[in-house]
Design a protein around this ligand. Structure first.
Ligand code: NAP
Length: 270
């Protein structure tokens, strides 16, 4: 067995819609029957997910929900992590799917909402950094495989002018994933970074662009199957075949580059 097939208890942060919800339900259906905890802010959505599972009495026992705001202050994140680890000592996998996207146009700087820009980088990147740090003592102590599953984006590799803050936040998540992979390489904690392309979800609803995007996005069910295949294999980077050329061009060599081994950090004349 490999990857998420080894997981006994999976927390999905940002599981009330879109990719997080679909992955949580697909993981819950794995033959290995892991416990799955869905987390997000909207209690009505969490209730819906639990209600849908009620038809299957056995399955319902392993599906749980926690209302949680990943943008909360550090003290609240600490409380959430402590309570979650106490309630679920088997927790071995955290999927970071909470995310937001804002359109910013630098040719109209007076229209750029700097509070939105700060919220975007805080949720998309800082919350992952903070929660990873806070869950790490528990994961390192488990004595068996544990997984961190950050969700970055194709936009970590290529920058789109319309969503500059989002691209920067996803590039940061990608960089963090690679740093984690390096620093945790001799431990039980492994990283599986999911890099979705444009996928059917609610991410763009508040921008009013969803109707146009429905013509070009990957259907959620199709994407979920692809992502689950990668998670089950235990892939470090999960990239759709359509974006393999981008990956090969920009990231392939970077991902296994070891700056210490090559002396890239040493500042001396040749
Ligand atoms: N769809 C795409 O095209 C695409 C492409 C590349 C990457 N991604 C990434 O995939 C991830 C999932 O996005 P999605 O496309 O599935 O969008 P989505 O349908 O809008 O889902 C976003 C999820 O994040 C949760 N969330 C938002 N703010 C939160 C907060 N403060 N605390 C906790 N949860 C929060 C939402 O739940 P609540 O509102 O209930 O809190 C929701 O469950 C994001 O990281 C996104 O950037 C998406």
């Amino acid at each position: 067995m490999s990857g998420i097939n080894l997981s006994k208890c999976v927390l999905v942060i940002g599981a009330t819609s879109g990719i997080g919800r679909a992955l949580a339900l697909a993981i819950h259906k794995l033959p290995t029957k892991p416990t799955v905890i869905v987390a997000g802010r909207r209690q009505n959505r969490l209730d819906e997910i639990l209600n849908e599972a009620k038809g299957d009495a056995e399955g319902a026992k392993t599906l749980h929900a926690i209302q949680f705001d990943a943008s909360a202050k550090v003290e609240d994140l600490k409380k959430f992590v402590a309570e979650t680890v106490a309630a679920y000592p088997e927790l071995d996998t955290v999927v970071f799917s909470a995310g937001m996207q804002h359109i910013f146009d630098f040719t109209k700087p007076e229209e750029i909402n700097l509070d939105f820009a700060a919220q975007e980088i805080n949720l998309n990147y800082v919350s992952i950094f903070s929660l990873t740090t806070l869950f790490m003592p528990h994961l390192l102590k488990l004595g068996r495989p544990a997984f961190l599953v950050p969700i970055s984006s194709t936009l970590a590799m290529v920058s789109a002018g319309r969503v500059p803050g989002y691209c920067a936040s996803k590039a940061a998540v990608h960089s963090l994933s690679m740093s984690l992979k390096n620093s945790l390489k001799d431990t039980n904690v492994k990283v599986m970074e999911i890099m979705p392309p444009l996928v059917e979800s609610e991410l763009h609803d508040h921008q009013g662009t969803t109707p146009a995007l429905t013509n070009i996005w990957l259907p959620l069910a199709e994407y979920t199957k692809h992502a689950m295949d990668g998670l089950q294999r235990g892939d470090f980077n999960i990239v759709v075949p359509q974006n393999q050329a981008l990956w090969d061009k920009f990231e392939k060599e970077r991902v296994d580059f070891d700056p210490m081994a090559t002396g890239a950090f040493i500042n001396k004349k040749a």
